[in-house]
Design a protein around this ligand. Structure first.
Ligand code: BTN
Length: 260
């Protein structure tokens, strides 16, 4: 069993970068809880969730030993069309965090954290009507119990612990993840959300394991197959289909296909 998160350490090292930080033993969903929050840079972390929410209406299995957290950002100087970049930014923070414990991870567009083609973390970002964004991150730190079903496209779960150099301290991982998130978000916000000027687009592309791959994109009610060519300045994934036509994908599940 993992040691509980140390809230004093978390607050001591992160309040300043964040306005407030709470840790609860259990809740339904930290994203759902933060829908009632108004304070910019508020953080809620749960030791476990009973109704964790994933992308595209799926659930997120959230037993003890993982990190389940949501942050409310209100980036007032950022135009609405750039807010979706926060979801990609969270993916970059996850890659840096994995590297801090010796795990080389890649991103499957938009923000699934993959280690050896297994999923270690996911991000659910929600834009609220009040120009705020709730960034929810689920990171498997300790090994999951048996029986967790694969996600979209048959993607099987993994955890940092299974790939790290040594024992992984969840409080340290949370400090690193939230510290990276705060640092990236501050630079991006100061650049008014410009992904090029903030350096975010370049770093995202470097970490994105989808680029250059044969993919299937599962859209609501249809599918698209082709090669993932680039991530555009608006954060969409550009996929060239078999007829040579380029499609900008803004939502959907990307499946990395194995080349035979
Ligand atoms: C995905 O489907 O890959 C996204 C999973 C996001 C899960 C996190 S856990 C913390 C936050 N609260 C939720 O209910 N969901 C997100």
């Amino acid at each position: 069993m993992s040691a509980p998160l140390d809230v004093d350490v978390l607050r001591g090292r992160l309040v300043g970068s964040f306005a407030k930080l709470d840790v609860v033993a259990a809740t339904g969903s930290t994203n759902a809880d933060l829908r009632r929050e108004v304070v910019d840079r508020a953080v809620l972390i749960a030791e476990s969730q009973t109704a964790g929410q994933g992308r595209r209406g799926r659930g997120w299995v959230s037993p003890g030993g993982g990190l389940y957290l949501s942050v409310l950002f209100r980036p007032d100087g950022v135009p609405a069309n750039r807010l979706p970049w926060l979801t990609l930014l969270a993916g970059v923070a996850l890659v840096r965090t994995a590297a801090s414990v010796g795990v080389q991870a890649r991103l499957k567009w938009p923000n699934d954290l993959l280690v050896d083609d297994l999923k270690a973390a996911g991000v659910l970002a929600e834009i609220t009507p009040a120009h705020a964004v709730i960034v929810g991150i689920g990171l498997n730190v300790a090994r999951l119990p048996p029986g967790v079903e694969p996600g979209a496209g048959g993607l099987r779960p993994t955890s940092l612990e299974e790939h790290a150099d040594g024992p992984v301290d969840r409080t340290e991982v949370a400090v690193t993840l939230l510290g990276e998130l705060a640092g990236l978000e501050r630079v991006w916000r100061e650049a008014h959300g410009d992904p090029e000027r903030s350096g975010l687009l370049d770093e995202y592309r470097r970490h994105c394991g989808t680029l250059g791959r044969s993919v299937r994109v599962e859209l609501s009610g249809s599918q698209l197959s082709g090669t993932a060519l680039s991530v555009a300045v608006d954060g969409t994934l550009v996929v060239r289909d078999e007829a040579g036509v380029d499609h900008a994908v803004s939502a959907g599940d990307v499946v990395h296909l194995r080349v035979r």
